[in-house]
Ligand binder design. Structure first.
Ligand SMILES: Cc1cc2nc3c(=O)[nH]c(=O)nc-3n(C[C@H](O)[C@H](O)[C@H](O)COP(=O)(O)OP(=O)(O)OC[C@H]3O[C@@H](n4cnc5c(N)ncnc54)[C@H](O)[C@@H]3O)c2cc1C
Length: 373
């Protein structure tokens, strides 16, 4: 049995284990390591083999008004990520090209127009159909709103950048089979049983496995939503300059390919890509850029992955029990918001000032969504 210990100041945990090497786990490990804590990351597969393995992720604030927590989290999360990449990880493929958003209906359009007036052009700008053509490079289906603080990033490269730290030790192909408190342990430590039969004892564990995977002592209400991406070859005569989004999105061409996303199906575990999902994504594309592709046969199937979703669309980030923490349920925004949540949770663990207001402790509290049996 290995006992993970680390010499550090008294107010920090001695060492930590993070379960899962997606964006949530990698950014969490990075934040703890930056605070001088030695971190071991256990990943049952390869790095970024869950949702974080998608070839591209759109990062954009969700417009929704001052009182909307998802707007606040996504706006702060995107600007946090932009700053972190520009300071620490310029080599991670990304482009802050902005996103052009078409509202689904007149009611939503009017609401966005009102917000655009309040927020100003630097955050949200109403754009008519003619101006939208110039902005995007291609004629969108309708006028809409430009969100300058947006773009895309390659999540796999971001995961690697976060894990690249001398205090982080990553063990791939190592599943955590079980997790339980060490019996009668005065220090309240946790024992992990690993897939190679070995055990590890540590004072601080962070679940960053997207779903609780039977590892949490309480039943956290996280649902599963399958999503499939589709790919479209670059149109040589029609360069798309921005992300265009509505109830889905298309990215500019990245290495000659546009990514169109994404389907959403609850409780669906089919790992194989389906032509019917490409058809759905083709319909999404028609609602974004009607003349961009003439037929679904121009699309090819992209990656299939699962979002870990919650009822209130906010992730579960915080303390589950003494020495056990969660950064789970990041839903459709884990790339945009997961790294900020890692900073938040690390600050919470280390009793430092939080990067979000104190009301966020309750808003993100994992125990707010416990299934009662
Ligand atoms: C189709 C699709 C499109 C998306 N588009 C976007 C987008 O444009 N922008 C955006 O911000 N987000 C997007 N998302 C959401 C985003 O991908 C996720 O929110 C994010 O990747 C979640 O990161 P994570 O680290 O929490 O989970 P994951 O990336 O799933 O990582 C969890 C890791 O934990 C490992 N693990 C699980 N159990 C164990 C165990 N017992 N022991 C060891 N390891 C374990 C898994 O193997 C996995 O590698 C999309 C998701 C999908 C499915």
């Amino acid at each position: 049995m290995t006992s993970l210990t680390h010499k550090s100041s008294l107010d920090l945990p001695p060492a930590a284990v993070v379960i899962g090497a997606g964006i949530a786990g990698a950014s969490m490990a990075h934040q703890l390591a930056e605070r001088g804590i030695a971190v071991t990351v256990f990943e049952r597969d390869e790095l970024a083999s869950g949702g974080s393995g998608n070839p591209v992720a759109v990062v954009r604030p969700e417009p929704g008004g001052e009182q909307n927590p998802i707007t606040e989290l996504s706006t702060t999360g995107v600007s946090w990520l932009m700053d972190w990449i520009s300071t620490n990880a310029q080599s991670v493929p990304h482009d802050w090209c902005g996103a052009f958003r078409i509202a689904r209906d007149q009611r939503r359009h009017d609401k966005l127009a009102q917000q655009a007036r309040l927020l100003g052009d630097a955050c949200l700008r109403e754009v008519d159909t003619v101006a939208a053509r110039n902005l995007c490079g291609v004629q969108p289906a309708a006028g809409g709103f430009f969100i300058p603080q947006s773009g895309w990033v390659r999540p796999v490269a971001l995961v690697s950048a976060f894990l690249d730290h001398p205090l982080i030790h990553v063990r791939t192909r190592m599943k955590v089979e079980r997790l339980h408190p060490v019996k009668s342990d005065a220090q309240g430590r946790w024992e992990l049983q690993l897939s190679d039969g070995s055990k590890v004892i540590t004072a601080c564990v962070v679940l960053a496995s997207a779903f609780a995977e039977g590892l949490s002592p309480v039943d956290l209400a996280i649902d599963s939503a399958r999503g499939q991406l589709s790919c479209l070859p670059e149109r040589a005569d029609r360069p798309l300059h921005t992300i265009v989004c509505r109830d889905g999105y298309i990215t500019p061409a990245i290495n000659g390919v546009h990514t169109i996303g994404a389907t959403i199906q609850y409780d669906d575990d089919q790992a194989l890509a389906r032509p019917s999902d490409d058809e759905e994504n083709f319909q999404r594309l028609q609602r974004l850029l009607p003349d961009f592709a003439s037929d679904v046969s121009e699309l090819s199937s992209g990656r299939v992955a699962w979002r870990a979703t919650t009822q209130d669309r906010l992730p579960l980030v915080g303390k589950i029990a003494e020495g056990l923490f969660a950064s789970l349920g990041h839903g459709s925004r884990g790339v945009a918001c997961g790294p900020l949540c890692a900073e938040f949770l690390s600050a919470l663990i280390c009793a430092e000032p939080l990067p979000l207001g104190p009301e966020w402790i309750a808003r993100l509290d994992p125990l707010r969504l416990v299934r009662q049996h």
